[in-house]
Ligand binder design. Structure first.
Ligand code: MN
Ligand code: MN
Length: 457
């Protein structure tokens, strides 16, 4: 274990660290789901002069060194590029983070009434401990797409004047049988239904549910069947907060992986005079296997590079594979930080620690590295030099003890396409819980790492 890096910071470092972490807290409070991250990131990128790649394609305009473009993939993933002075087939420096997080999704027909109480039925998304989601203030985020083509944004539970909703739990007085169950069964998936109302209207049947429908009709002009074409996510209500009496940490929902998404985006936008082409990917669906048209396993990213190659005059079939082969990527994703309360599943010599810097993870996977991208030693050596040359504090770790479990990221997906990739991100405590904790010094070092990588890899 290295030294705590707070001891090494100058006043200037601490000013910059606080500036980045304050902005991060604000960003993550307003960007809780993949659609919100995508929308807010496009807004920021456009302020920095980025233009939708479709504009170049539709107008038949060529790209040129210094051009800044983005690709919006169905409002749930985003890829941004700054075209370098060097030929694109020499490779791209890529930062890739995911912007989906564990949560509860509403089912297609979610609304029902039972015993004069109205509920929303859910299906959880990603790896959660279900018992953590009861008795918390929750909010609704997402969209309702109507048959007339309107897409209505929904956010209920975040404004201070908004109501919140939530899931009830059994009182301990009657919980004797429940408490004997194993933790995965204490609260089961079908019990994660959200209580949203108790007041009837004048109707004979389902008066509480009908009253809720009237409220939704007045607020959003929607009918019950519009839930059929909605994507609404139930997430913890409330803003990100400074954590610890010393304010050295951040507590927020969805820091896996928006802490890396934010620091990647910010580093990417701050480095615009580039020799090699640079790119930032903010991608959906990592938590359920990177599947679907908005996940990393879809072709949207390579298709975007192919379009860019073409607009740079590279129409030969070798342009895309050469670009990928010569590219470097940091799969910006979080790591499980060492938790002294759960030291039994951590290997002390191969763990990441709070306030010890950005974490490189050579391989993830489980049961003998299965499913992992195992980064090349030569690539790691190159990165070590870049980090040391730029005074970036870093640590190298793996995810817990051998045979304790495991996990994956998007790293292997572009590695399969011949890109040099390693996982690199911020350590997290209480990962995948409704409220996750990170250390500010690690957030700052991740930002510094991503800047150094974009400039020098
Ligand atoms: Mn992740
Ligand atoms: Mn995760």
């Amino acid at each position: 274990m290295k030294d705590n890096i707070w001891k090494k910071y100058s006043d200037e470092d601490i000013t910059k660290l606080n500036e980045i972490c304050d902005e991060y807290r604000k960003f993550i409070s307003e960007s809780k789901i993949e659609r919100e991250v995508t929308r807010n990131s496009i807004k920021i990128a456009e302020e920095y002069g980025f233009i939708n790649l479709d504009k170049y394609i539709n107008e038949g305009r060529n790209l040129y060194p210094g051009a800044k473009v983005y690709v919006n993939n169905r409002n749930k993933s985003l890829a941004l590029f700054v075209i370098g002075k060097e030929d694109i087939t020499k490779g791209i420096n890529i930062l890739g983070a995911h912007v989906d997080s564990p949560r509860l999704d509403l089912k297609a027909s979610p609304l029902y009434e039972d015993t004069d109480l109205a509920y929303l039925d859910t299906h959880y998304y990603g790896g959660i401990k279900k018992y953590q989601w009861v008795t918390l203030p929750l909010a609704l985020h997402g969209v309702i797409a109507k048959k007339n083509g309107d897409v209505i944004n929904v956010v209920i539970g975040e404004d201070e004047s908004d109501p919140v909703i939530g899931i009830t739990d059994l009182l301990p007085h009657l919980g004797a049988e429940q408490m004997k169950k194993e933790a995965s069964k204490v609260v089961e998936g079908e019990k994660l239904d959200v209580l949203i109302g108790s007041m009837p209207n004048d109707e004979e049947e389902n008066a509480v549910k009908n009253n809720i429908l009237t409220i939704l009709k007045n607020k959003y002009d929607i009918e019950e069947e519009d839930f059929l074409s909605a994507e609404i996510e139930v997430v913890p209500a409330g803003k990100a907060r400074d954590f610890g009496l010393d304010r050295s940490m951040v507590m927020a929902y969805g820091q896996d992986d928006k802490v890396c998404a934010y620091t990647s985006l910010r580093a990417f936008l701050d480095v615009t005079d580039v020799n090699r082409t640079t790119s930032c990917i903010l991608v959906d669906k990592e938590e359920i296997g990177s599947v679907g048209s908005t996940g990393m396993r879809s072709n949207f990213y390579e298709n975007a590079i192919a379009e860019i190659c073409s607009l740079l005059g590279h129409n030969e079939v070798t342009a895309l594979p050469r670009t990928l082969k010569n590219s470097f990527m940091l799969s910006s994703d979080v790591n499980a930080a060492y938790d002294p309360l759960y030291s039994d599943v951590m290997d002390k010599r191969s763990s990441s620690y709070f306030n010890n810097g950005v974490v490189f993870c050579k391989y993830t996977g489980s049961r003998g590295k299965a499913g992992s991208n195992d980064a090349d030693a030569e690539y790691i050596a190159k990165l070590r030099k870049i980090m040391d040359d730029n005074n970036v504090y870093f640590q190298i770790s793996e995810l817990g003890k051998v045979d304790a479990g495991g996990g994956g990221t998007i790293a292997y997906i572009l590695a399969n396409k011949s890109v040099n990739v390693i996982d690199c991100g911020v350590g997290v405590l209480s990962m995948h819980a409704p409220w996750e904790v990170t250390a500010k010094a690690d957030i700052y070092e991740a930002y510094k790492c991503y800047v150094a990588f974009l400039k020098e890899a």
